[in-house]
Every structure is written in structure tokens, then in C-alpha cells.
Design a protein around this ligand. Structure first.
Ligand code: NAD
Length: 275
């Protein structure tokens, strides 16, 4: 069902579906999108200090009248705030904006080469201090994770990376699974760019589902956590109607054959850290 969760290595349950709120910059639109998502059963919100909407995320959650502990809130430390002390300070700022006592998950947004290890060390400290319920990272390749795992007291529990039918990330997924790191797909719909694929549309016709529902269901059956973004109520609802049907093994295989190693976003190794 809609509240189905993935159990992280420390036993914390993370909803398999969350609302991504990147590029929700208009205040009313953001409040309404989150309000609507919570109404139709979403229980996780994925934001970042970069998105500039942590204040609205906090407000919308309080306004919904759902207990704080029933909602899973993720935010991320931006690239120019990385390093040990700077990360601790950035966390304080995010927590204040969200107006919460704790967060569920805090992620390194991108692996800034000179500081991502120190950033993760600060995230471990936040976890020790019980200010976050789970640790994690985003946009980390296997070589980044190897470095963290070599030193970490607590292995990252989540890695959030770009995943969709055109960028399936099988090798990274295998590595993460082996080390107990849950994979979250950002741009799970390829920013909408995979929804005109004829194979996906045909599978949708077979099942009486939309292309978006087929793709999101494919992620779920691959044990990947998803955070699709939409501000449109009908789409927010559509993206959640994915717990009442199943893709056959043959349909899963058809989608598996669509991989192109094509990114819609940036490659973590070529990210332009402009500071
Ligand atoms: P997405 O794959 O979720 O696509 C969103 C776009 O697809 C929407 O803007 C809309 O145009 C379209 N769409 C959504 N639902 C649809 C539907 N049912 N039918 C037709 N079109 C639909 O892409 P995204 O917004 O890039 O990623 C989702 C979330 O992932 C973000 O909001 C953010 O929270 C997170 N994210 C994280 C990073 C990172 O670096 N960690 C990077 C990008 C995104």
C-alpha cells in the first residue's frame, strides 16, 4: 500500500514513495502540492537547502495535522556548505527553516571532492546526537562510497542518485545492496523524458496504467525508493496509484532492456563545483 516502507539497516522505516520538491519555488504552489500529496497518502518529502523551500515544507507538514513522526523528511547539505563544521552549521539552518526538532534523513547533496568525507563525518555526528534518524549521501559513485565505508563508524543508509529506465545503475545498485545501502531514485521519471517510450506506453496499455505509473512501479519492483515531483494534483495522485498492480517478469525484462546509460542530470564525477 501507499504507506509501504523500506527498512533501513538501523531498522528505521523509510517510505518507498515520497514527493520530490525540486523547482517548487512559488510559495502557494509548494504549500498546495505538499498539502495535496499528504492528503492522498504520501508520507515522505524530499527537499534540500538548495531548493529554497524548506520553510514551506515545514509549514505544509504542520498545517496537514499529521503527527510529525508519521512523516519522513529528507534534506541535503549544499556543496558550498561542505566540510565538518560547515555541515553542522548548515544542518542547524535547515532545521530552523523546517522548524523541526529532528530530521529523518540528511544527505550530502554531491560529493565535493575535497570535502565529502568530512561532510559525511558530520552527518555521522548528527546521527549520534539523535538529530537525524538515518544517515545518507546523494550522487555518490561506488568509488566515493568505498572511501566513506573505509572510515565510517556508521555506513550511509541511503544513496540518492539519478535512476530511470534510460539510466538503470545496475552496478551501483548491486554494490549498494551488498553494503546495505538503500537506493533512492532521483528523477525517477527521467524528468518526464522516458514517458514517451513506446515499450513503456505499450506496457501501460496492457495494464490500463499510464507510462508514469509503469515506470514508478518498475522502480518499486526493483526495490528502489522513489521521489517523483509534480505540482499538479492529478499527477501527484496518479504517481501514488502504483501499489495495486504488478508488472510481470516479462514486462520487467522489457524495461530492463531500455537502458542507455543516458543522464538527464549531471554526472557526479563531472559536476561543476563553481566555488
Ligand atoms: P522526475 O523524474 O520526478 O520528473 C518530474 C517531471 O515529470 C515533472 O516536472 C513533470 O513535468 C513530469 N511528471 C511528473 N509526474 C508526471 C505524470 N504523472 N505524468 C506526466 N508527467 C509527469 O524529476 P525530478 O523533479 O528531477 O526529480 C524528482 C525529485 O528528485 C526532485 O524533486 C528532487 O526532490 C530529487 N532530485 C534530487 C537530485 C539530487 O541531486 N539529489 C537531483 C534532481 C532531483
Amino acid at each position: 500500500n501507499l504507506q509501504s516502507t523500506k527498512v533501513l539497516t538501523n531498522g528505521v522505516e523509510m517510505p518507498r514513495l515520497g514527493l520530490g520538491v525540486y523547482k517548487m519555488t512559488e510559495r502557494e504552489e509548494t504549500l498546495q502540492a505538499i498539502d495535496y500529496a499528504l492528503k492522498v497518502g504520501y508520507r515522505a518529502i524530499d527537499t534540500a537547502s538548495l531548493y529554497g523551500n524548506e520553510t514551506e515544507v515545514g509549514e505544509a507538514i504542520r498545517h496537514a495535522g499529521i503527527k510529525r513522526e508519521e512523516i519522513f523528511v529528507t534534506t541535503k547539505v549544499w556543496n558550498n556548505d561542505q566540510g565538518y563544521d560547515a555541515t553542522l552549521r548548515a544542518f542547524e539552518v535547515s532545521l530552523k527553516k523546517l522548524n523541526m526538532d529532528y530530521l529523518d534523513l540528511y544527505l550530502t547533496h554531491w560529493a565535493v571532492p575535497q570535502s565529502f568525507e568530512e561532510t559525511y563525518r558530520a552527518i555521522e555526528r548528527l546521527y549520534d546526537e539523535k538529530l537525524i534518524r538515518a544517515t545518507g549521501v546523494s550522487n555518490h559513485h561506488e568509488h566515493h562510497l568505498q572511501k566513506l565505508l573505509a572510515k565510517a563508524n556508521i555506513a550511509p543508509m541511503v544513496n540518492q542518485v539519478e535512476v530511470h529506465p534510460y539510466l538503470q545503475q545496475d552496478a551501483l545498485k548491486t554494490y549498494c545492496t551488498k553494503h546495505g545501502i538503500a537506493l533512492t531514485a532521483w528523477s525517477p521519471l527521467g524528468r518526464g523524458g522516458v514517458l514517451d517510450n513506446s515499450t513503456i506506453l505499450e506496457i501501460g496499455q496492457e495494464l490500463g496504467k499510464t507510462a508514469a505509473q509503469v515506470v514508478l512501479r518498475w522502480h518499486l519492483q526493483n526495490d528502489t525508493i522513489i521521489i517523483p515531483k509534480s505540482v499538479t494534483p492529478s499527477r501527484i495522485e496518479e504517481n501514488a496509484q502504483i501499489f495495486d498492480f504488478e508488472l510481470t517478469q516479462a514486462q520487467m525484462t522489457q524495461i530492463a532492456s531500455l537502458n542507455l546509460n543516458k543522464r538527464f542530470g549531471q554526472d557526479p564525477d563531472n559536476f561543476k563545483f563553481d566555488f
